[in-house]
Structure formats: C-alpha cells, structure tokens
Design a protein around this ligand. Sequence first.
Ligand SMILES: [Fe+2]
Length: 301
Amino acid sequence: MAAANGACQDRVILDQWHPLAAVDETEPGVVHATRLLGQPVSFAVTPDGRPAVWRTRGELPAGTPVDPESVTGTLPSRCEFLYVWTSLGDPPERSFEIPEFFEPDRRNFNGSTIGVSTSAPRAVENFLDMGHFPFVHDGILGAEPRTEVVDYNVAVDGNNEIWATECQFWQPAASATATGGQMVDYVYRILQPYSIMLYKSCPAAPERMDLIGLFVQATGEEHCRAHMFLSLVDDESSIGFIRQFVQTIFAQDLPIIENQNPKQLPLDPQAETPIRSDRASILYRRWLSDLGVTYGVIPAA
Ligand SMILES: [Fe+2]
C-alpha cells in the first residue's frame, strides 16, 4: 500500500538498495531521469563510473550536462554488480554478496532492462516459478508432457535470504548455447524483497553455475523495470546473441505477467489457488509478510 501520492511508506523497502540502470548503458556526464517507489529521481555517473542520485529537481532536467560530483543534496548511491543503486532511506553498508561475480573468466553484463506493467513482487514470483516453463516457454525452457516440478528444498538462511535448492527441470534448449534437451539443476536465491538470482548448471563447465539475476526497480506499486543481470562462464556466443535469447524468453513472460490480476501480490495464504503457489512462492509471500512489506502487495488480513 502506498501513500495517497503513490509514494512508498515501508521502512524496510525505503532502506533497501534499489537498482536504477546498468552503468555501462548510462551516458556519463548527463542527467538521467527515472522513478523509484513512486517518486521521481535523477542520476548521473562520471566517465569512470562514480554515481550521484538525487530527488528530481526542476533545475536539472534529463539530458542536462552535469558533473555528478558537483550535485548537492544527493541520496545514498553506489555502482556495484553492473548497476547504479540508490536508496530513499538509510541503507546497510552492503546489500548482498555475489562472490562468483569476481571470478576472472566470467562475463558479467546486463541482459536487458525491460519495463513491466506489474508490481515488483509479481515479477520476482514469476521468475521463481518453474511450473510455467513448459507452457510459456514451450520448446526452450520446457516442453509438454514433461511438466512435473520435482520436489526441492526451500528455506530462509542466516542472512535472511530465501534459498530453493536441488531444483531440477527438463529443458529442450536451456541456454543460448544448448544443443539438445537435458535435466537442468537450478538454485534460486531471493536476495532482498525485489531481487532474485537463479544459479543454473552451466553447459560449458558442468561443475560451475551460470548466474541470472532479476533485479527489479519498483518504479511504482504496479509498474517496474526489470534489470536482468547475467554472470556466465560460457565464452562461446556473442553478447548480442545471448541478449536476444534473454529478450525472447522475457517477451514470452510479459503478456502473462502483465495480465495477472491483481497486479499487487496477495500475501493472504487463501488468496490464490495453490496451483501457482508452490512451496517457494508460499515462503516468499510469508517472508514478505514477516518483513512488514506492504508496497506492491496486498497484505494478509
Ligand atoms: Fe518465464
């Protein structure tokens, strides 16, 4: 639930780090405008990737040349894990760790940033749901009749992150480089209320995992920008080809996600049929309730 002007009032959400844009897709030295949690914010980066983020002010419209280091009255900001991050509250020193990001043979890049007409928690929950693969991504991430979601483990860890482990799904073309069907191992990790990471067995190096993150910027309660973080061991295909693959998958999800009703995620356990709500979704909804999140959700009665 938001205030009458659409702004977020949840302390837990205001105090998070939120992504705004991929650093290397942000033209340096000029003002960029976006929205976060129902409020207009502006940002700029220096040529060497140091950010400034501030509440939008009339004298600095988008496109204005600016030295980010000269801007006063800024919000907390950092460039980390490919993106410009900010907070409208009092954020922690670190948000989460991704040790794999620093492995020298990985390619880390933004797969895509896509505006979605739904709440951030709906976008996260859709990403968490393996059950839709054969129906929405038929021939790529799943195929009928192999529709079974085998049992897996899901729990909250000591850092208050949700981990779903030992997930497996049969996929006809699991990645941009796959040449045939295979059982694919998955781990899902919910890092913070609007950010989720998928660890997926890697065709190029069977003992390692590719990382696919969905870092969601809640522009409003029912609209978001999904930033797709990729950290891949594979070194064969071009970044353009992988981006095209990712965008194809996302284009299949988009009409399904945007047509979900209501757009805000209901947290009442009785609110939606259990078919969609598998164990990971149930835990995600309860965890949001326990954290006191009301923005982008319909709180339990
Ligand atoms: Fe999907």
